[in-house]
Design a protein around this ligand. Structure first.
Ligand code: SAH
Ligand code: SF4
Length: 402
């Protein structure tokens, strides 16, 4: 979400004739887009802002913007008190009104259009936000507080955005939202939106991120089985393998329900690749709870998992961490090792199979299952081609172009 917001912010600058630079010395404006999902992210944002004091001293006419979730949480006043050299603070809830802040600082915008430019993914891939915020109440999570309740964009706006990005060169679209599959508009379901997006001329592949286990409906399972342009990949965060912890987290599903969902999805799409998120050290997590999580790594057959140490986001005493740092570290280490071993098994199973690869360079591309794929030569950037997988190492499949 932050990457997508950053691209929109960059576009607003480009409409005014600004260009991106990697060299801070050359910058006329700096935007720090902050995250606060874990304390560490917020701390990093704060120290980054602190370091920009030097830039601002050398370039007093330069404009410094602090935006996003940590800005929302800490508040404009607190940030400006601590860092008086900051020109403008725009919290996550007002991020769509970023243009107003730009007008504030730089004057009205010239009415020029800028073609979409990717900053984070390959040039072939473009993000399309379909919902903002989140209306769930996972106990550990700060997102609903800083991004507000779920708001769904209209199907028309979404399809228009996607079509414009395809026109600008995107071959692959990633639909974005915190509970992306919760999207609906009147009678139009998420699956129907996907179908409409899949029909956009020039689109080669459609992805979405992140779905939530409670929102999948039967029409999706059928769509996934039938539509080859719909990526055979899903990042489906599970958080824990313990029913007790899942309940405390208010995730809305049990371990068995999560696994049953995976089975249902894979029944129609056997090659579906699934990655996930885990949190270790949730308040009260026992060794037994943790063992349940370890077991789930194997049962879920995940190709990859982000594993996070629990980070308290509220001051409520019951949300304080109960495990000491060494214990959390030890569990994290075990979990990471299990994920690694398991993903190697899953990757090796792809050997001898044919992957549909969307090439980014002549030798590199991404499979439908999101695996990085390398060939010796012959790929055409922006085009899809079959690759026979011969070898798997680390996170990459190596093979022969067919
Ligand atoms: N909306 C997505 C997740 C968004 S936050 C979903 O519900 O699936 C991205 C990830 O950050 C989460 O999946 C979770 O694993 C992690 N996370 C969120 N809050 C956290 C916290 N307080 N401590 C540690 N990890 C956290
Ligand atoms: Fe946070 Fe995701 Fe839960 Fe929403 S669904 S509260 S974003 S973890």
């Amino acid at each position: 979400m932050n990457e997508a917001d950053s691209e929109n912010i960059a576009a607003a600058f480009r409409r005014r004739g600004y260009e991106l630079t990697d060299e801070i010395k050359k910058a006329d404006a700096v935007v720090v887009n902050t995250c606060t999902v874990r304390q560490r992210a917020e701390d990093k944002a704060i120290s980054q802002i602190g370091r920009l004091r030097v830039w601002k001293e050398k370039r007093p006419e330069g404009k410094l913007f602090v935006v996003g979730c940590a800005a929302q949480k800490l508040g404009g006043k607190a940030i400006k008190n601590r860092f008086p050299f900051v020109d403008e603070v725009v919290g996550a809830k007002a991020i769509e009104a970023f243009e107003d802040s730009l007008i504030n600082q730089l004057g009205p915008s010239p009415e020029t259009e800028t073609a979409h430019q990717n900053l984070f993914r390959s040039p072939q891939t473009a993000y399309v936000t379909i919902m903002r915020g989140c209306s769930l109440k996972c106990s550990y999570c700060i997102v609903p507080a800083v991004r507000g309740p779920a708001v769904f964009l209209s199907a028309d706006a979404i399809l228009k955005d996607a079509a414009a990005k395809i026109k600008a060169g995107a071959k692959e679209i990633v639909l974005l939202g915190q509970t992306v599959n919760a999207w609906r508009q009147d009678k139009t379901t998420f699956s129907e939106l996907l179908e409409k997006a899949l029909a956009l001329p020039g689109l080669q592949r459609l992805r979405f991120m992140s779905p939530h286990p409670v929102y999948f409906e039967d029409d999706f399972t059928a769509l996934l089985a039938r539509e080859k342009k719909l990526a055979r990949y899903m990042h489906l965060p599970v958080q824990s393998g313990s029913d007790r912890i899942l309940k405390l987290m208010r995730r809305g599903y049990t371990r068995a329900q999560y696994l049953a969902l995976l089975a249902r999805l894979r029944a129609g799409a056997p090659d579906l690749a699934v990655s996930t998120d885990f949190i270790v050290g949730y308040p009260g997590e026992t060794e037994e709870d943790f063992q349940d999580t370890l077991k789930l790594v194997e049962e879920g057959r995940f190709t990859m998992a982000y594993c996070f140490k629990y980070s308290p986001r509220s001051d409520r005493p019951e949300m304080a961490a109960t495990l000491g740092e060494p214990e959390i570290e030890a569990r994290l280490g075990k979990l990471l090792a299990a994920v690694k071993t398991n993903s190697r098994v899953i990757l090796n199973e792809r050997i001898g199979k044919i992957e549909e690869v969307l090439f980014e360079t002549e030798t590199y591309g991404r499979a439908s299952g999101n695996f990085a794929v390398r060939v010796k030569a012959g790929g055409t950037p922006g085009k899809m081609a079959g690759v026979l997988v011969e070898k798997a190492d680390k996170n990459t499949l190596n093979g022969k172009l067919l």
